[in-house]
Design a protein. Structure first.
Lengths: 205, 205
DNA sequence: GAACGTATCTGACATCCCGTCACTAAATCT
DNA sequence: AGATTTAGTGACGGGATGTCAGATACGTTC
């Protein structure tokens, strides 16, 4: 069974949005302007999305899976904590680099709509919880100093979000390795300060 | 000489805006709605501000001074690095707690206007530079490990911004001490890891 | 292959908010 | 009081939104 006509149209609109946001900020996105780049009329948009913010929510869903995947290395790894974190952060930076404009667009759009703001907040918050759990585990193992895991997890995740969107959100992207080593430095120093070799020496400059 | 009538009107509008944003998000702010809470008509708004984003820029300027003040302890202190940083972060958290809703409103408004976005970006960026300079100084003194100061400064500042706005931006504010000890933990671990007493023991839980 | 029913799409409309402009009203000066 | 500058407003045009009734394309049945 081939994809229905509706599915094709929907995808075409989503694609047009992605392309648009590749080069222009969310504030310049209008339903009329977007649909003009497709072969459909403006009202067609409303057949598939409630409004521009619902549209952004859909775009976020598409990116979400990739990001959650990347986090697994560290989170579901009972073993090598430092190595797992290294790997998770590396793939996180990769994915963010890849989808930078979409992530920035969603972050930009979020404050404009109560529902999308909640969705974005939940998206970030979901990381807070899993990171917090992993921190607690490493604290029990004596790898990590004893502090309240949740607020620190929140702080580190906000750092990632702000840094990655700032670095990769707009056209001219910052060099990946610089961004990676900065956030890696902060994560490792905070969570595994006893592992001096990891936190001080082994980070590429 | 008493303040001119214009100055009074302007202040009245600014106050009305502050009051509004105390309880409602920026997305609900309209020129008509705002002016309806004053004794002036809608066009009067445009006598004093270009648009809502220019209005937010003015609001930011009012808060800016307080924040820059707070940063001085650490930045202009050649002596006790850890103590200075502690003090700077403490007052930063205080100020952010005080002006939380305004800061969130500006951050929310920024992506909607190219000019305000630049202003906000510059505001954050200005901290990147001074923090970076202080880091370089402490690296030279052997207090801080050797890494690229600017990206790490950026990361830490983005963490502050994201964390503080999330914690203090909306009505029910998070407890100050929890937020403070979380970001303090991260800053100290990253910048002064050799000062074990400072980064591990002395932080209140 | 004509008639029918459903899925897909669109023109036209009402609404909301914005920013401006010609004009009025109030304050200040002589 | 009359003239001049300062402060404020009613009314307009424009752009984007979201909806709805009607049109068009498509597959199915006879």
């Amino acid at each position: 069974m081939p994809p229905s006509k509706a599915a094709i149209t929907r995808s075409a609109i989503l694609d047009a949005g992605s392309v648009f946001l590749e080069t222009r900020p969310f504030r310049d996105l209008t339903v009329g302007g977007l649909m003009a780049t497709t072969e459909y009329s403006r009202p067609t948009f409303y057949l598939y999305f409630n409004d521009l913010h619902g549209f952004m929510e859909t775009l976020l869903d598409e990116v979400k899976v990739g990001i959650v995947e990347g986090a697994r290395a560290w989170l579901s790894n009972e073993g090598d904590a430092v190595g797992g974190l290294r790997q998770s952060l590396t793939t996180l930076v990769d994915v963010a680099h890849q989808h930078g404009p979409i992530l920035k667009a969603v972050a930009d759009a979020a404050p404009g709509d109560a529902r999308l703001e909640r969705v974005w907040e939940m998206f970030l918050g979901s990381f807070d919880e899993v990171v917090s759990a992993r921190i607690a585990q490493d604290q029990a193992a004596g790898l990590t100093p004893d502090f309240e895991p949740l607020p620190v997890a929140r702080a580190l995740n906000r750092m990632d979000a702000g840094m990655l969107i700032q670095a990769f959100g707009s056209g001219e992207k910052a060099p990946k390795d610089v961004v990676l080593s900065a956030i890696m430095r902060v994560w490792l120093s905070t969570l595994y300060p006893f592992d001096a070799a990891a936190s001080i020496e082994q980070i590429g400059r």
